[in-house]
Ligand binder design. Structure first.
Ligand code: IPM
Ligand code: MG
Length: 362
């Protein structure tokens, strides 16, 4: 059976990193009999330019019919002045919520070959392998009412609403416990229960779900402490689960611990493991179109797509092994090269293809 993959390159470096990743996908088709139909669609600024909407109707339809979505990046300074509903970010948020992609998996893995790239001392981060599970379709990102209103005295007031219903907390907690079961079976739930009622409920529901997972060691941490612990002793964590906004913030910190945000993939899954896969980094308009971006986060996102949505575990591992080999050979894009020589986006993609091909002939 042929898998249907929607390809949403988006803006900035999105085009280049997706092109490099499609080279890898093509190699899987040629060398390993992988069958996939690709359908390209416009999203973000590219969607606005082509159809006047950051998430055009036809794009949503393509995504709804796909088994999985491969996503590049969105956003750029030319769109910053648009009204909020037309901005590229809105396209991404609408896609997440229309497809109920509530479970966002953001691994932060330190590749031994890149141990020196971290801004933390290497003894603190050596061997780091943590997974942040971020709730992605609720919380303050989507809560109503929201807006900017004018008070009686004429002063303006901005407001957003932080809400979580029990079922939203319960399903993300289950996702996190399930993932913890496949790892070291330690789960840290991050909240602000000393101040927020929403967090009090969050803590209660996560603990209740935990009763179904006696093998998983559960602890709770306030978000301010968690952010400190992440830079103090990050290896204490195996899996972290948290709300939309806290997860947005903590996952950037975790990514930076590895020193190479250009290396980190992510998955956003619905209840049936249909999902969207994208690099953790953004559209990097400053280096767009210059063949400088690191395509490995997107290539590793393809590996996650194969593993989580298509259950092609062997192909996923082949990609990850090929990426490891490329790093072993000292091939680096500028973001991870330090003072050493670097290659461009397309050359990095080709290097992964070469490693895959030579594995096929072994
Ligand atoms: C992310 C990004 C998005 C978010 C933006 C682009 C809307 O920061 O995926 O982490 O805040 O979720
Ligand atoms: Mg973010």
């Amino acid at each position: 059976m042929s898998a249907k993959i929607a390809v949403l390159a988006g803006d900035g470096i999105g085009q280049e990193i997706i092109a490099a990743t499609l080279g890898v996908l093509e190699c899987l088709q040629q060398e390993f009999g992988f069958a996939a139909e690709l359908e390209h669609a416009a999203i973000g600024g590219a969607g606005y330019d082509a159809y006047g909407q950051p998430l055009p109707e036809q794009t949503l339809a393509v995504c709804q019919q796909a088994d999985a979505i491969l996503f590049g990046a969105i956003g750029g300074p030319q769109y910053d002045g648009l009204e909020r509903d037309l901005r590229p970010e809105k396209g991404l948020l609408k896609l997440r919520s229309s497809l109920s992609l509530f479970a966002n998996l953001r691994p932060a893995i330190l590749y031994p070959q890149l141990a020196d790239a971290s801004s933390l001392k290497s003894e603190l981060v050596a061997g780091l392998d943590l997974m942040i599970v971020r709730e992605l379709t609720g919380g303050i990102y989507f809560g109503e009412p929201r807006g900017i209103r004018v008070l009686e005295n004429g002063e303006r007031q901005g407001f957003n609403t932080l809400v979580y219903a029990e079922h939203e907390i319960e399903r993300i907690a289950r996702s996190a416990f399930d993932i913890a079961m496949l790892r070291e079976r330690r789960l840290c739930s991050v909240d602000k229960a000393n101040v927020l009622e929403v967090s009090e409920l969050w803590r209660e529901v996560v603990s209740r779900v935990g009763l179904d997972y006696p093998e998983v060691e559960l602890n709770h941490m306030y978000v301010d402490n968690a952010s400190m612990q992440l830079v103090r002793a990050p290896r204490q964590f195996d899996v972290m689960v948290t709300s939309n906004l806290f997860g947005d913030i903590l996952s950037d910190t975790a990514a930076m611990l590895t020193g190479s945000i250009g290396m980190l993939p992510s998955a956003s899954l619905d209840a049936n493991a249909r999902g969207m896969y994208e690099p953790v980094h953004g559209s990097a308009p400053d280096i767009a179109g210059k063949n400088l971006a690191n395509p490995l986060a997107t290539i590793l996102s393809l590996a996650m797509l194969l593993r989580y949505s298509l259950r092609e575990l062997e192909l996923a591992e082949r990609i990850e092994t090929a990426v490891g080999e490329v790093l072993d050979r000292g091939i680096r894009t500028a973001d991870i090269a330090g003072a050493a020589a670097s290659v461009g986006t397309s050359e990095m993609g080709m290097a992964v293809v070469t490693a895959l091909r030579s594995a096929a002939s072994r």
